[in-house]
Write a protein that binds this ligand. Structure first.
Ligand SMILES: Cc1cc2nc3c(=O)[nH]c(=O)nc-3n(C[C@H](O)[C@H](O)[C@H](O)COP(=O)(O)OP(=O)(O)OC[C@H]3O[C@@H](n4cnc5c(N)ncnc54)[C@H](O)[C@@H]3O)c2cc1C
Ligand code: FES
Length: 301
């Protein structure tokens, strides 16, 4: 295992990072806003769209626990006034001295984060949002696409009955760039690398098969929008129970700016489904898939 120069903290693979027992439910009182610094950044892959996957470890300013699925807002001081807002990232691991994130460069905010040097100051707030359901007695299938894998090492670690868990992970950069190995060491896990046009059909067929097999259980999904659309469509086809984590764009992260809303079904008198806008940052990011309408999804019939 790689270690830093003081030999204190693991760099990668990060199994030993996840040492804190996570709470059964998010504890709102633990959320806070903190000034902290980057401890280290690790380049995991520099290839592929978005040019790069990074692991960032920040000094833990006093966060004691989180529930897998929760996220934090990160705003490096280097943002100055542009970009104005922090960016949301799933908490990947929490240790007494560090909090770790797994970041794909997607635009200027993530590029700036990936360019930070150790010691760079950041303001962070969280843990925020809700968490994935954990049903120890229920067969559970985890479906992850790309950086959507980030919340699941902690989920697997926390689950009291790992033999009931399975993971299917789709990705484009090499699998070694992702924290897949630590998941595969603990539970039944398979991955599929999309290398060429046409591979996507094979992956969708695999998703179809696995979702069909788990229709009596629980399915959890996190990944890019097209991935979530496909998973949701297949879950409806097989009448499977599915939770998805949304990655809507966020600004405040605490329910105030309404920048992250999604359409959620609400009870009404009309036979037509009725929807209300809800904040993903406070009502989510995890939702039961049948309660929300995804961007790009066909209207419900
Ligand atoms: C709860 C939550 C958890 C997340 N966890 C992770 C994580 O663990 N690792 C990770 O790498 N990313 C994660 N994301 C996504 C990450 O926050 C965005 O990639 C990041 O905010 C983009 O910022 P940027 O300034 O680099 O991109 P921008 O410059 O703001 O945008 C770059 C491009 O990406 C598009 N874009 C940006 N954000 C989104 C979005 N959310 N949905 C669709 N298109 C978008 C823009 O339209 C633009 O084309 C998470 C998002 C949420 C809401
Ligand atoms: S990000 Fe401001 S309300 Fe959700």
């Amino acid at each position: 295992m790689l270690r830093d120069s003081k030999g204190a903290e693991p760099l990668w693979p990060p199994e030993a990072c996840i040492t804190t027992t996570v709470a059964a439910t998010p504890v709102a009182a633990l959320a806070g806003c903190f000034d902290t610094v980057l401890v280290r950044r690790v380049a995991l892959s520099r290839s592929g769209p978005g040019c790069g996957l990074w692991r960032l470890d920040i000094a833990n300013p006093g966060v004691e626990s989180f529930a897998p699925g929760q996220f934090m807002m990160l705003r490096p001081r280097a943002f100055a006034l542009d970009p104005l807002w922090g960016r949301p990232f799933s908490i990947y691991a929490l240790a007494p001295k560090t909090i770790s994130f797994f970041i794909q460069v997607a635009g200027r905010g993530t590029a700036a984060l990936a360019g930070l040097e150790p010691g760079a100051p950041l303001t962070v707030w969280g843990p925020l949002g809700n968490a994935f359901a954990l049903e120890p007695d229920v067969r559970t299938l985890i479906l992850a696409g790309g950086v959507g894998l980030a919340p699941f090492p902690a989920y697997v670690k926390k689950h009291p009955a790992p033999s009931r868990l399975s993971v299917l992970f789709g990705h484009r950069p090499p699998v070694a760039a992702y924290p897949f190995k630590e998941i595969a060491a603990a539970v039944n896990a398979e991955h599929f690398r999309e290398c060429k046009p046409g591979d996507i059909e094979t992956f969708i067929a695999l998703l179809d098969e696995r979702i069909r097999d788990y229709r009596g259980g629980l399915i959890l999904a996190c990944g890019p929008q097209p991935f979530l659309l496909t998973v949701k469509r297949l879950a409806r086809k097989h009448n499977a129970r599915l939770q998805i984590s949304l990655e809507n764009r966020m600004a405040c992260g605490v329910g105030a700016c309404l920048g992250c809303v999604t359409k959620m079904a609400v009870a009404g008198d009309s036979p037509e489904p009725a929807f209300a806008n809800v904040q993903v940052c406070t009502k989510g990011p995890v939702f039961w898939a049948d309660q929300i309408r995804l961007e790009g999804e066909e209207p419900w019939t």
